[in-house]
Design a protein around this ligand. Structure first.
Ligand SMILES: Nc1ncnc2c1ncn2[C@@H]1O[C@H](COP(=O)(O)OP(=O)(O)O)[C@@H](O)[C@H]1O
Ligand SMILES: [Mg+2]
Length: 487
């Protein structure tokens, strides 16, 4: 874990921009040396761009120190479409693959004479689409759908003039974010597509991502609208019971997806530390995606508090509403801090309003962190949910379940709602999370038994039959049929 002490902070306030960038590079290099999970091969495969090669559109969202903008196009040499054509055998092979991979459909745009390249690597392998190909995808998708399917997350460069420490933190966070996200491969974690050049002359630091359709924060509003429609006279008219149940299952599956992504991170020694509706989104296919790894950190043995399961890590980090008490009180903590955050998010998902919505930061400090106040457990929740939530937000860290247990309980909660649409098994039959068949079919990329069965020895993105849980998306046609890809 990299720390900047207070004496360093004061000298940084007077440092030049170049010195700040050098310091950021040093911090990231130390973190990289200490890491056991960063995949430098995959990181080196990510295509790099200079800031002046990107044509950006309007701002889609802002965070603490960053802005996320639509990526309109990537400027490439004029002869980009004149790249050598492939042999007819390879093209034939790729046409076969086109039927297996929705991403290939993108390549078959009738109005476009571009190559049908070997597209499998674009969606199923770690690492990147080559520079030119990404540039082509950006233009083609923009042309095809009218809106760009890619975004750029950029450090707010203004910071270097009025808050050098924040600027340093922002660069470190975004550089580490690249390293984490490139080294991870899970259907519910957003993919990186490109990043800034290693030593950009103009200092731009950015990441290119697939564009999300909306955040969970936005989706909650839609869920609330649909929930209200199921009540009263409107509900009676539209036949509310089935709709209400479908809506609940949709929300529980989203919660399960989040738990699965966090479980995957924890199994790799990473704490996410920023689980909240603004950092979760849905892609064009409907698949849930966790993003914003700016606060994610890999834990190291040297940070462990002797004789405990806890680590010395930066305190008071993340959003206060979702922050575990031990993090808020700057005590040692561990992966279970994410379990606490998930419980607050789950409360929001169940009640469709923020937990402890009227609380001020001061009230969180005094009541939640110190006195153990929690949101109410509701009678209307499905069986087992109340007990699960109470365990997840327990002030005693060791009483909180891990995400494997959370997923198991959610599977049991979902069992009575045998919704036929949500989770098809590997034969296309519906099943619920936790069912044996379903586990096989929907096993995440972390499931080594599935990887071995498929003969893959490195992390590999699996494609499954349904978008909601497992879709690897965003290269493909939003409306393209999602077809089972055999390993
Ligand atoms: N891939 C994306 N597609 C669309 N909007 C995005 C995407 N990534 C981020 N955003 C929007 O930008 C906001 C800030 O992005 P985020 O990565 O969370 O930055 P920060 O680290 O500054 O919080 C998000 O809450 C979301 O509204
Ligand atoms: Mg964010």
């Amino acid at each position: 874990m990299v720390r900047i002490d207070k004496s360093q902070l004061s000298s940084l306030r007077n440092a030049s921009t170049q010195a700040i960038r050098d310091k950021a590079r040093e911090i990231v290099a130390t973190a990289t040396e200490e890491s056991t999970i960063f995949d430098e091969v995959a990181i080196n495969k990510i295509p790099r761009f200079d800031g002046d090669e990107l044509v950006l559109g309007h701002v889609l969202g802002r965070g603490g120190f960053c802005a996320v903008r639509e990526l309109i196009s990537i400027k490439m040499p004029a002869d980009i479409d004149e790249l050598p054509r492939q042999s007819s055998i390879k093209r034939l092979f790729c046409c076969r693959e086109k039927t297996l991979n929705p991403a290939a459909l993108l390549e078959s745009d009738e109005n476009d004479n571009a190559e049908i390249d070997s597209v499998t690597e674009t969606t199923s392998e770690m690492g990147g689409i080559p520079r030119e190909k990404l540039a082509r995808y950006v233009s083609k998708t923009k042309k095809k759908y009218g809106t760009s399917k890619y975004v750029v997350k950029q450090v707010n460069d203004e910071l270097q003039y009025h808050d050098k420490v924040a600027y340093l933190k922002a660069i470190v966070d975004i550089e580490l974010e690249v390293k984490y996200m490139t080294s991870l491969n899970h259907p519910n974690i957003l993919r990186i597509r490109g990043m800034s050049s290693p030593n950009p002359a103009n200092g731009d630091t950015f990441i290119i991502f697939d564009r999300l359709k909306e955040t969970l924060a936005k989706r909650m509003q839609d869920w609330l609208r649909r929930h209200r429609q199921c009540r009263g006279i409107t509900g009676a008219v539209v036949g509310s019971k089935g709709k209400k149940e479908d809506l609940l299952v949709e929300r529980l599956v989203a919660a399960h997806n989040i738990a699965d992504a966090l479980d995957y991170l924890h199994n790799r020694g990473i704490i996410f530390r920023d689980c909240k509706p603004d950092n979760i989104g849905f892609c064009g296919h409907g698949a849930l995606k966790l993003f914003d790894f700016g606060l994610a950190r890999e834990v190291h043995e040297k940070d462990r508090v002797k004789g405990t399961e806890l680590y010395r890590l930066t305190g008071f980090t993340g959003a206060i509403r979702y922050m575990a008490p031990e993090v808020g009180l700057r005590k040692p903590y561990n992966f279970k801090a994410d379990v606490y955050s998930w419980s607050q998010l789950m409360w929001y998902i169940l009640e469709l309003e923020p937990p402890l919505g009227v609380y001020t930061p001061q009230m969180f400090r005094e009541r939640v962190f110190k006195r153990g106040t929690r949101p109410a457990v509701m009678d209307a929740w499905p069986n087992h949910m109340g007990d699960l939530m109470k365990k997840c937000w327990s002030p005693t860290v060791s009483e909180r379940p891990d995400f494997k247990q959370v997923k198991e309980t959610l599977g049991v909660v979902l069992l009575p709602y045998n919704n036929k649409k949500l989770l098809p098994n590997r034969f296309g039959e519906p099943c619920l999370p936790g069912d044996k068949e379903c586990r096989n079919a929907n096993a995440s990329a972390s499931d080594t038994s599935v990887m071995e069965a498929c003969g893959h020895h490195k992390p590999h993105q699996h494609h499954h039959t349904h978008a909601i849980v497992n879709d690897d998306c965003c290269d493909g046609d939003e409306h393209a049929p999602v077809v089972l890809q055999q390993c």
